[in-house]
Design a protein around this ligand. Structure first.
Ligand SMILES: Nc1nc2c(c(=O)[nH]1)N[C@H]1C(S)=C(S)[C@@H](COP(=O)(O)O)O[C@H]1N2
Ligand SMILES: [Mo]
Length: 365
């Protein structure tokens, strides 16, 4: 059953999955670490939810594809002599890099979804990002080298299937496709609510947690419980008009708006929720910020974490859907969801939806 045709067909699907995974992953990186040239809109509100859902789904679908592909080619590891010259040696080396980095990406991605950080002796985000470049580079070299083989294998008529007992090539491809589909179904429920009943592999359910919403970093883990429940809490708002300290009562006395926006964690779960609070544009007004190009820097009560701060770029800072939310599903925010005040903005990774917001600073361009 092992043949150039099978390897080529698996390679084609794997290339599509890895290509999609790379593009959506790089996009997520750019949104979270925007270079000067990068611009990301605040609408449509669901766009990041779709791109990050695709990132995690294509990464998981790659698991059975990668397994089958390695199975279809591994006898080549034992061909003799292992290296037949410089070009062949380089090609072998690029395949070694491709296999190693592809396995690393899939395994670390799965560990991240499962929040199993203790088994990764490195910072996941940085390692996953740089290895992605290695994978995609080696993949492009591999495709360039194998193109003649793939073309030959996929344009030639398939030929009669040998009449042997057991699985056929078509049967194997169907089984691999079915496993990829099953894995997707079994995890998509962490984002696609109607599928949650069959999502036995999903590490998160979109409606399980305080106020029917999952939590990423509890108040206890962030060590903010005491500060967040202190009646002396004030939101420090600084802009061209100076600095104002706003108590929770003062924030609640400002015009309140209710929006329906998703939280989309980079780990692949997402959930729509009803948020009520003060529009950031109203706070900008209060701070005397009139420049449509200004951005807003936010700091949490939480210290010493990369998630303790974030920046609202102009499209998000000025979107009327962007709130400093005080309530969730009509109730005051649960402590774990960012009580007394948290950011919620459209089309933005969950990691940038800062909880327990303490300081808002307007930044002029
Ligand atoms: N201060 C602070 N804000 C934070 C985080 C955090 O660890 N600290 N985690 C972020 C991440 S990764 C996500 S996905 C969302 C989750 O919000 P939730 O716990 O209310 O669902 O909060 C974000 N805001
Ligand atoms: Mo997250």
């Amino acid at each position: 059953m092992r043949s150039e045709r099978l390897s080529s067909q698996l390679g084609l699907w794997l290339g599509l999955a890895f290509g999609m995974c790379f593009v959506t992953g790089y996009l997520s990186h750019l949104i979270q670490h925007p270079p000067a040239w990068f611009w990301w809109p605040s609408r449509p509100v669901w766009l990041y939810r779709v791109t990050q859902g695709l990132h995690v789904a294509t990464g998981m679908a790659a698991v059975p594809l990668l397994g089958a592909k390695l199975w279809s080619v591994y006898p080549k590891l034992f061909t003799w002599p292992p290296v037949r010259g410089v070009v062949h040696g380089l090609e072998r080396a690029s395949v070694a890099v491709l296999v190693g980095s592809a396995l690393f990406q899939v395994v670390t991605g799965l560990l991240n979804i499962a929040r199993w950080y203790t088994v990764m002796p490195f910072f996941f985000t940085v390692a996953h990002y740089w290895t992605a470049w290695l994978t995609i580079g080696a993949l492009l070299v591999h495709i360039a080298v194998q193109l003649p083989v793939v073309r030959r294998a996929l344009t030639r008529p398939a030929g009669p299937q040998p009449a042997v007992e057991g699985l056929s090539r078509r049967g194997l491809l169907a089984a691999v496709g079915a496993s990829a589909g099953a894995i997707t179904l079994a995890t998509a429920g962490q984002t696609v609510a109607p599928l949650k009943a069959v999502s036995v592999l999903a590490p998160r359910r979109p409606d399980v947690g305080p106020q029917r919403l999952p939590v990423n970093t509890s108040a206890r883990a962030a060590r903010v419980a005491e500060l967040a429940t202190d009646p002396g809490y004030r939101l420090t708002l600084t802009g061209p008009a100076g600095t104002r300290l706003l108590s929770l009562a003062e924030l609640s006395a400002l015009p309140q708006h209710t929006v329906s926006l998703p939280i989309t964690c980079v780990e692949g779960w997402s959930a729509q929720a009803q948020w009520t609070g003060v529009r950031v544009v109203d706070l900008l007004h209060l701070a005397g910020a009139t420049d449509p190009d200004c951005s807003v820097h936010l700091r949490s009560l939480q210290q010493g974490s990369a998630y303790g701060e974030s920046t609202l770029a102009p499209p998000h800072a000025h979107d009327p859907l962007t709130l400093i939310a005080l309530r969730l599903h009509g109730q005051p925010l649960a402590l774990d969801h960012g009580y007394p005040a948290r950011l919620i903005a459209p089309n933005r990774p969950g990691a940038l939806q800062t909880k327990w917001v303490a300081v808002m600073t307007v930044r002029q361009p």
